[in-house]
Structure formats: structure tokens, C-alpha cells
Write a protein of this length. Structure first.
Length: 752
């Protein structure tokens, strides 16, 4: 939360006083006031139009959402169909962040005869969306409103033109950018599947499924000449067209047979092909004769034309088998094996073999359990052990060709075409492999309460990670298999039919999850890996923050202090010189406990449901503090409201330092534990209230059901730290991210 313009001015009055008193050693009150009067309008002027609330300028009051769905189904013993059509439209909370989607689906099945069934599933969608900027760029409304533009910056000049003399942003007026520039994407997707089921005999079924997922995207980024970034270039257009094609062909043969009415066998063998291709072409050009959006095509630019493109492709082939057996539907055993070959690995290590075994025992069906049936029923003990593999992510070149040394063309040397090295590969790279063990118990109490508890242990070997290397190689790291990791935890689910009668029903469910993670091995001589704000060390969780430990604000001086944390007796001594403090491992993003509580009520024609979610024990790292927590050193940017808890006089015990213009003890440049915040929170994730028209009335007008409803998402949140949304990215790194929206919906369901 950002201080208002008036609050910011008061802060700079205080900051200038502190500068005069503590840095300039001025003691005369008149001289102190003279110092304040001399500089205050330089740092926090009172604008001609009154202080600006940039949140109101850059964000809408609300974000209307409209959704309409239509579906129909029907058929007979030979032919059946399902079709649906949907339209979604959302006005973004910030300008140039709207979303519109039209989608349709058609599923058909045709029973040709007793042996052959044919079918097809067709999905088509088209999306038009504005892609809002995120993170630390001035075109991001979150970043601008929190950091770069202050209440002292008017939006407009007195003559009605846009203000291009902002304190921190200079000529970059984010309101002008939000009106004239945009990043817009159109996505057309067709996901089509055809299948054949052939059963030559009752026990045998052959299934062949072929699917093609075809997506075309067209992205335009327009920087308007009426904005500061586009002015000198008379408009800039970046246009990108991408085609994605993913082909999957699955063939399975299944044999199912019951012997002597007791022994049930299910055997499957299969073969799969997965082929993926991305074809991208991109152009960039400047100098446009007009600003109309229909003129924003590459042919209309006149200067600095640039063109680039790339093709990415990978393929995977799989062979698989599975067998399940049970006796009397009481004793179960199963096993599976599959071989996957991926083009993302070298031919010598391309194939991975993965397997699993499982078993279950329905204890509740045993005769010795019959006396307990009124109290304890549906008791089942289950366990499984097996392996599965993981591929390198394909967000970069790593994902497609991580085993190869790569070079890139399109570079010049001495004025001639050339190439340069792009990546160090590891031809010994292989599948990351997980070894999974699960054991669980399920049972039902008094025919009302279902209870499920499961313990799991997952050991990961040959972790796929970036290994840091000397920068003298020309690279910072390369991908390799580097170590092992272990996860173990417990999941508990409890659901209950608390009340059930003709007119009133109440169902409730609780779930809890606890996971413990640690690195158990690094290959070679590595015991520690450092990456950005994280440190990874054997015996500790995979993601742990690597920061200097903040020791608080000295109550006598208002100066921040740090624990030295070095070797020897002075490890817990404090220092105001952050360079003398050592970086340490300090907390991490993974919660100790997470879960949810859901309830559903129904009374005659009224229904109510809600879900609370919670997490405990996790921490986030506020990377935005590197821009915001300057304590007065940066005199042009915004000031956050957490500086209300600042040191103002000797004896104050606060979390934030003395605010002083030109602060010599700037915290923003120090990666420190003050920026680590608890993500403990409880959130009302969903709430729905509905009312239905009695069926004896709706059927009079040929309607099966009519229901009006109200629903809310993220309606209430209680958080240990509320300066940003507690539902953070998985790695805990927060940097001017958009918060989860609070959504209110009114709707009508009609079934014919």
C-alpha cells in the first residue's frame, strides 16, 4: 500500500529535517526549517491539480465478467452427441487488460455394430486478450502505481496535455501508455480427436485414438508515438506469429476376463507417439505514418526493420503394459511398466524405463468385520510403489536440445555473417527419476463420516538442474543431472454427511496436507548451490532464501543493524555495515501445513456452499523492496505505508529505519531477511448461494430446472502479512505481481 501525496510530502519534510539534524549537524530550528523550505518542493511538490491517486488513474473500479454457456445432448442406441457453446468476456481491472473468448465443443459416438464404435471430439476456441505487463517495467500498472509515479505527479498539464515531467518516470506517463499503447494477442485453437473401439470378442477391446492440437497465435506489441518510448521512433510495432502443433496417437489393447465368478483380470498393452512442433516468426519495425490500430501492420513501418524466427520440435515414443487382478473384489494387485524415449536426450540415454506395483485389501468385506458394520464400514488398506520420469522443461532452448552444444546464427563479425555459441550441452543428460511409495487407509464411520489418510515418500534421483560454472567459459551455467531429493508427507481427508433428510442436507469436508522436502545428495564435490536469492544445500529443503540476517533498528540511532553471522565468538554481534554481515540460509516458501474446509447446505429449493483454504509455515521474499524500501535515499519514488512504523526519536522500537533524505544506510540494496514475510493465511476461496424454482412449476413451462445463483471468489482473506497477496508463486519470489481478484458473479442456470 502506497502513501498518499500529502502523506509523502509530510515524510519528506521529516526526511529533510533529519538530514539537517543528523547529517548536516544543524541545531538551530530556523536553519532546519530553512533547509526544509529550500528542498521540499523539489522532492514533494504540491501539484496544480491536487495530489494524484494513481491507483484510481490506472485501474478501473471493478472488472465486469460475463459468461454464457449453452449445452445439449441426445441420441439413441446407435448414435449419441454432446454439444456446447460458450462466450466469456472480462473487462480487465487495469486498462488494456481485457479478455474475450468464444468456444464450442462437439462430441459424437456411433455404434456401427456390436464390435465397432467410432467417435470424434471437436473443440474450437478463439481468444482475444490484452497482455498486461507484469514485474518491474514502467508499463506495468502495479509497478508504476506502487513505485514510479507519486501523488506529486499530475496526470495532465494545465493545458490538458499529458504531463511528461514526472519526478521519477520523467517523460514516461503511464496513463498515456495505458490509453495509446498495447500488447494484444489473438489465439485460435482447434483440438480434434477421433477414436476407434474394436471388440472382436467380449473380453478383448482395441482402442486407437488420434488427436491433433493446433494453435495459432498472433501477438502485436504497439508503442505509440504519443508516448515517450514511441515518440522518438514515431511508433514501434513488434509482431509475432506462432503456430503450435501437437500430434498424439495412442493404441491400446485391453483384455478383461472374469474366471469362476471370483477372479477378475485386466491386462493392457499400448503404444503412443507424441510429436510437438512450434514455428515462430517475428518482426519489428518503426516509423509509422498513422496511429490507427488497423494501420498497425509491418508493411506500414518505414525504418529499422528486423525479422527473426525459429522452429522447435520434440518427439516422444512410449511402450506400455499394465495388469490388474482382484479376487472377489476384495484383494487387489496390479503392476505396470512403460518405456519412454524422448528426443530431448542424446540417443545413448534417450530411453527411460518406469514401473509400478500396487495392492489393496478391502478389509471391510471380511466376515470378521461384520460385527463392526454398523459403526465401521468400507475399510480399505492400499499401498503402491513405483517410478516415473521427468523431462527438462522446455521454456528455453534447454528443453528441446539440452544435451547439445548450440550455436546461433544471425550475428556479425567484422561486418560479415557469423555465429556464436549459445549453450553448453551435456550428452550424458538423462531422465530425472522419481521413486514413489504410498500407503493409505480409507474407512467410513456410522454410515456418515468418510476418513482417508495417506503417507507418501518420493525420492528423486538424477535431478535436472542448472549447474553454475565459471563465467570465463562464456556461460553462467549448464543443465545436468546433479543430485537427489526426497519428499515425504501425509494427506488427510475427512468428509461427513452431517444432516440428511427430505428437506435439509448438510455435507462438510476437511483436508490437510503436510510435506517435508530435503536435498539428500549432490554429485561430485558439490555440497551447496546458489541461485539468485536461493541456496540449496544437502540436508535442507530445495528452496531456501539466501539473505543477510536483519537484526532490527537500533532504538537509539534509528539505523538498521545486521547479525554478522561469521565464524568465531562474534557471530551474533550486530553491525550497521551490511558488508560485514554474512549471507545465511533463512526460511523458505514451502508451507508446513495446508488444507481446506468445504461445506454444502441444501434446504428445499435453497442451496449454499463455501470453501475456506489455508496455509501455515511458508514464507515469501519481497523482491520489490529493492525498489521501495530506500528509507529516503531515493527521493523521487513512492513511499510505502509500512514506513509509518519507522524510527522517529531515540527509544523507538520499530521495524523501519529513520527516514532521512540521502539515507546512508539504505536497505534496498541489501538482500536481507526483513524482506522475508510469512504467507500464513486463511481465505474464503468460494461462496455460492442459489435458489431453484420448484420443479412442479418449471415443468409447466417445459423446463427441467431453473436456478438463480450468486457466487464469490476470494471474498475474504486473513493474512499474517497483507502488503501483497499471500498466494505467492511456488518459489516464493514476489516482484510487483498482480493480486488474485475478488470476483462476484450473478448467474442463471436453465435446463431444458
Amino acid at each position: 500500500e502506497t502513501m498518499s501525496g500529502a502523506e509523502r510530502r509530510e515524510m519528506f519534510i521529516e526526511g529533510l529535517r533529519n538530514q539537517a539534524i543528523y547529517y548536516n549537524k544543524v541545531t538551530d530550528e530556523a536553519e532546519i526549517q530553512k533547509h526544509v523550505d529550500k528542498y521540499i518542493d523539489q522532492y514533494a511538490p504540491e501539484p496544480w491539480s491536487g495530489y494524484t491517486d494513481w491507483k484510481k488513474v490506472l485501474f478501473r473500479k471493478n472488472s465486469p465478467f460475463r459468461n454464457v454457456d449453452f449445452s445439449a445432448s441426445g441420441g439413441d442406441s446407435k448414435f449419441s452427441y454432446f454439444t456446447s457453446l460458450a462466450y466469456t468476456n472480462q473487462t480487465g481491472l487495469s486498462y488494456q487488460s481485457d479478455f474475450e473468448r468464444i468456444s464450442g465443443r462437439l462430441n459424437v459416438k456411433y455404434q456401427m455394430n456390436n464390435q465397432i464404435q467410432l467417435g470424434a471430439n471437436i473443440l474450437y476456441s478463439t481468444i482475444q486478450q490484452d497482455v498486461n505487463s507484469e514485474g518491474g517495467t514502467y508499463t506495468s500498472p502495479i509497478y508504476s502505481s506502487r513505485h514510479k509515479v507519486s501523488g506529486s505527479d499530475p496526470v495532465y498539464n494545465e493545458d490538458g496535455t499529458f504531463n511528461t515531467k514526472l519526478l521519477s518516470n520523467g517523460k514516461r506517463n503511464p496513463k498515456a501508455t495505458s490509453l495509446y499503447s498495447y500488447k494484444r494477442e489473438k489465439v485460435d485453437r482447434a483440438f480434434n480427436t477421433v477414436f476407434l473401439n474394436y471388440s472382436p470378442i467380449k473380453e478383448l477391446l482395441f482402442n486407437s485414438t488420434f488427436s491433433l492440437d493446433h494453435t495459432n497465435t498472433r501477438y502485436n506489441s504497439w508503442t505509440d508515438p504519443r508516448t515517450s518510448d514511441g515518440e522518438s521512433k514515431n511508433g514501434v510495432l513488434n509482431s509475432r506469429a506462432t503456430q503450435y502443433d501437437q500430434l498424439v496417437w495412442k493404441n491400446n489393447l485391453t483384455y478383461m476376463k472374469t474366471f469362476n465368478k471370483r477372479h477378475n483380470l485386466d491386462v493392457l498393452v499400448g503404444y503412443e507417439i507424441n510429436d510437438y512442433k512450434r514455428d515462430l516468426i517475428e518482426g519489428n519495425i518503426e516509423d509509422f505514418p498513422a496511429t490507427d490500430e488497423d494501420k498497425h501492420i509491418l508493411d506500414n513501418g518505414a525504418a529499422n526493420q528486423q525479422v527473426s524466427g525459429k522452429i522447435d520440435q520434440w518427439r516422444m515414443v512410449s511402450y506400455l503394459g499394465r495388469a490388474n487382478y482382484n479376487m472377489d473384489n476384495k484383494y487387489f494387485i496390479g503392476g505396470s511398466v512403460r518405456m519412454d524415449g524422448s528426443s530431448r536426450f542424446h540417443k545413448d540415454s534417450r530411453w527411460g524405463t518406469f514401473w509400478s506395483v500396487s495392492g489393496a485389501w478391502r478389509i471391510g468385506d471380511e466376515t470378521f468385520m461384520e460385527p463392526l458394520q454398523p459403526v465401521l464400514s468400507e475399510t480399505r488398506l492400499r499401498a503402491s510403489y513405483g517410478t516415473n520420469g521427468a523431462l527438462p522443461s522446455y521454456g528455453s532452448n534447454y528443453g528441446y536440445f539440452p544435451y547439445m552444444d548450440l550455436v546461433g546464427y544471425g550475428y556479425k563479425y567484422d561486418g560479415k555473417p557469423g555465429f556464436r555459441e549459445m549453450q553448453i550441452g551435456d550428452k550424458n543428460l538423462k531422465w530425472e527419476k522419481n521413486y514413489n511409495f504410498n500407503v493409505g487407509l480409507d474407512f467410513r464411520l456410522i454410515d456418515r463420516i468418510n476418513f482417508s489418510v495417506e503417507y507418501y515418500n518420493r525420492k528423486t534421483k538424477d535431478l535436472l538442474m542448472d549447474l553454475p560454472i565459471s563465467l570465463t567459459t562464456g556461460f553462467g551455467s549448464y543443465m545436468t543431472n546433479i543430485g537427489e531429493m526426497e519428499n515425504n508427507g501425509i494427506d488427510i481427508d475427512i468428509s461427513a454427511e452431517i444432516i440428511r433428510n427430505k428437506d435439509f442436507m448438510w455435507n462438510s469436508s476437511l483436508n490437510f496436507g503436510h510435506n517435508k522436502n530435503k536435498i539428500t545428495k549432490f554429485d561430485g564435490e558439490q555440497t551447496i548451490l546458489k541461485e539468485s536469492i536461493f541456496i540449496r544445500e544437502i540436508g535442507h529443503p530445495f528452496n531456501m532464501y539466501y539473505v543477510k540476517e536483519f537484526a532490527g533498528i537500533n532504538p537509539e540511532t534509528g539505523i538498521p543493524e545486521f547479525y554478522i553471522n561469521g565464524d568465531g565468538e562474534n557471530a551474533r554481534e550486530k553491525t550497521t555495515d551490511s558488508s560485514k554481515a554474512e549471507y545465511i540460509m533463512y526460511k523458505g516458501p514451502d508451507p508446513t501445513l495446508s488444507g481446506g474446509w468445504s461445506n454444502t447446505f441444501r434446504y428445499k429449493i435453497i442451496d449454499l456452499s463455501f470453501t475456506w483454504t489455508f496455509t501455515l509455515g511458508g514464507y515469501s521474499y519481497d523482491a520489490g523492496a529493492s525498489k521501495l524500501a530506500t528509507g529516503g535515499k531515493n527521493t523521487k519514488d513512492n513511499i510505502q505505508k509500512y514506513y509509518k512504523d519507522r524510527w522517529q526519536k531515540p527509544g523507538d522500537h520499530t521495524r523501519y529505519e529513520m527516514f532521512v533524505v540521502g539515507n546512508k544506510y539504505d536497505m534496498s540494496s541489501v538482500r536481507n531477511s526483513r524482506n522475508v514475510h510469512s504467507t500464513d493465511h486463511m481465505r474464503l476461496k468460494n461462496l455460492t448461494v442459489g435458489i431453484s424454482i420448484p420443479k412442479n412449476i418449471s415443468r409447466q413451462v417445459k423446463l427441467e430446472n431453473v436456478r438463480a445463483y450468486f457466487s464469490a471468489v476470494n471474498l475474504l482473506t486473513f493474512a499474517a502479512y497483507d502488503d501483497y497477496d499471500p498466494e505467492i508463486p511456488r518459489n516464493g519470489y514476489v516482484y510487483f505481481d498482480s493480486p488474485k481478484l475478488k470476483t462476484l458473479t450473478f448467474g442463471l442456470d436453465i435446463k431444458f
